[in-house]
Design a protein around this ligand. Structure first.
Ligand code: FAD
Length: 43
């Protein structure tokens, strides 16, 4: 089973963290959790 990353908050920082993690390891399973109904488009 591959590595998993869970990021809390889909604001600018959360989106940037997800993108950076994906660049660092394309095989990661990334879960981005956001309490609101929409995510930021700023990242
Ligand atoms: C009124 C206002 C106007 C702004 N205008 C600009 C602008 O024009 N240009 C600019 O560059 N910057 C602007 N900023 C600043 C910019 O919004 C912040 O610098 C940036 O959003 C910070 O990003 P962040 O990801 O650190 O935090 P946030 O954007 O606050 O993201 C954190 C996210 O985590 C989520 N979250 C928190 N707790 C939980 C939880 N327990 N479970 C799930 N999700 C959770 C929140 O819902 C949120 O979506 C403005 C800020 C404000 C307040």
């Amino acid at each position: 089973m591959g590595k998993k990353v869970v990021i809390i908050g889909a604001g600018a920082a959360g989106g940037s963290a997800a993108a950076e993690a994906r660049r660092g390891d394309p095989s990661l399973a990334i879960t981005l959790i956001e309490q609101r109904s929409e995510v930021s488009v700023a990242a």
